[in-house]
Design a protein around this ligand. Structure first.
Ligand code: HEM
Length: 178
């Protein structure tokens, strides 16, 4: 992949995970067939977040805006353009989530939802078996990359860079524990 970054950690992440130029190519090619299905999947995703008592408070009053930003984010994944600006967009998502105090647990769970929900959409809409396999692999690598970039912002916050106390971050990260 054309990750044009000076960030050695990010380079290592992409190298070890296998992100490459072919991922960029396959995502650009299959994107137009997948993107029209993104709004329905997003509706389903936000139904789950609304139904869950723990996530609903973060969604209420912001549903339409959040759906729109989520659809735009997913479309971006299929753009095939993973440059510095793409990386910066993921980092900004991390910063916003830290700012509005969304526990990283919920971001991880959302990524998990997408890792399960998107491959069947690709399978149904990419007729060539070889392309389908490559597209699913590229998508999973990209979701991992996004999660890594978002998680790093939580880690920054843990170091108190964004003005959130370490104690609060620890509480957010251990929401499920008694
Ligand atoms: C795959 C996981 C997720 C992605 C990719 C994602 C993406 C985004 C994006 C693109 C924004 C806009 C950022 C900006 O303003 O620049 C945003 C904001 C936000 N997200 Fe998420 N999100 C995810 C999961 C969640 C979850 C699980 C929750 C809540 C439980 C959540 C709650 C919010 C809230 C409250 C905002 C701020 C909205 C505002 O500005 O009022 N997000 N998210």
């Amino acid at each position: 992949m054309e990750i044009t970054t000076k960030d050695a950690n990010l380079k290592a992440f992409c190298h070890i995970g296998g992100l490459c130029k072919e991922d960029q190519e396959i995502m650009t090619r299959v994107g137009p067939g997948i993107v029209p299905h993104v709004p329905l999947l997003t509706d389903h995703f936000y139904e789950i977040l609304q139904e869950d008592q723990q996530t609903a408070p973060y969604i209420n009053g912001r549903l339409d805006v959040l759906k729109k930003t989520h659809i735009a984010w997913l479309q971006d994944l299929f753009s095939g353009d993973y440059d510095e600006a793409f990386i910066r967009r993921q980092e900004k998502i991390g910063e916003v989530h830290v700012k509005v105090r969304v526990p990283p647990l919920f971001v991880a769970a959302s990524m998990s939802f997408l890792r399960a929900a998107l491959p069947p959409v690709i399978a149904e809409n990419v007729p060539d078996q070889h392309d389908m396999g490559r597209a699913v692999a590229a998508l999973l690598r990209l979701l991992d990359l996004c999660q890594y970039l978002i998680d790093r912002k939580y880690n920054d916050a843990l170091m108190d860079n964004l003005g959130i106390s370490p104690a609060l971050l620890v509480r957010l990260q251990t929401i499920g524990r008694s």
